[in-house]
Write a new protein. Structure first.
Length: 286
């Protein structure tokens, strides 16, 4: 979701030589490698071929259940591949898209300096990736965030799950006690490119919308903007004692650091309207 948005916004600037990597073909990229970066041999082949100066790493396994059941594969992507990218000689700057899930959700409104405490394997693996970047990259940039968006072919993101059910007239439940401040991937891509061009000091940065909202409220807003019956969205509380995978309840992020750089922080309504506009423009195959 995010990688294609970053690419589409970089292409129109016409001042970068861009190379892309994914497991599947990508029609909008002229310099595209069909490779699995979790395979170290394939990744090194790509790096030798393109000799990148800047790397934006958007790759991640986001299915928590998959990560819990596939520790080795998860670490190959979130940690081992990141280690290779971070230490490759031509790479001057590495931008690693991380997650708000590195926090345990006990506090909320987390700053970049707050103590991390991941509660599940996905989160701990992403945090280990952060460590690799900070330890090995010449100019390491960690972007902690939470995204909303859709794939070219429908996946299982929060929005896609909601859209598929609401468009079929099905009731959905949204957690009223789970708080976050998500960004539409298109907004995140624009913010990220602006940030890269600022050549800021390396370190950790929170990218998020403001103010924070519950997942229930987010789903209500999606239903409203897309013209669905908001009565289909029902509130419920997440009882973490009844879940197989422990999830944090409040991973909201403080965005003061990027705001002081002059990066505009959108609100959730702007994010959902931008998602709606792109959805209407590009569509989705379900």
């Amino acid at each position: 979701m995010l990688g294609k948005q970053v690419l589409s916004k970089l292409i129109i600037q016409e001042k970068y030589e861009i190379f892309t990597v994914s497991r599947n073909p990508l029609e909008i990229s002229n310099n595209h490698f069909i490779n699995d970066i979790a395979d170290s041999d394939q990744l090194i082949q790509v790096l030798k071929a393109c000799q990148p100066e800047i790397v934006i790493n958007c790759a991640a396994y986001v299915n928590l259940d998959y990560c819990e059941k596939n520790h080795i594969k998860t670490d190959l992507l979130h940690q081992h591949a990141v280690s290779i990218l971070s230490s490759y000689p031509t790479v001057e700057s590495l931008y690693y898209i991380s997650t708000d899930s590195v926090f345990d959700g006990q506090q909320g409104n987390y700053s970049e300096n707050d103590t991390t405490n991941p509660l599940n394997f996905y989160a701990s693996s992403k945090l280990n990736g952060e460590t690799e970047v900070l330890k090995k990259a010449k100019k390491p940039y960690i972007i902690r965030t939470n995204i909303l968006g859709f794939n070219s072919i429908a996946g299982k993101s929060l929005f896609e799950w909601a859209y598929q059910n609401l468009s079929s007239g099905n009731n959905i439940k949204g957690f009223s006690n789970v708080y976050f401040n998500p960004l539409y991937v298109g907004d995140l891509a624009e913010m990220l490119i602006s940030f890269i061009e600022m050549n800021c000091n390396p370190g950790i940065y929170n990218f998020a919308s403001q103010p924070a909202v519950s997942k229930y409220t987010t789903l209500l807003k999606i239903a409203d903007v897309f013209g669905f019956d908001i009565g289909l969205v029902k509130p419920m509380d997440l009882d973490i004692s009844q879940t197989d995978i422990i999830k944090p309840l409040n991973t909201t992020l403080d965005t003061h650091k990027i705001a002081t750089l002059g990066i505009e922080v959108p609100d959730i309504d702007t994010c959902i309207h931008n998602l709606y506009n792109d959805f209407c423009k590009y569509g989705i195959r379900i």
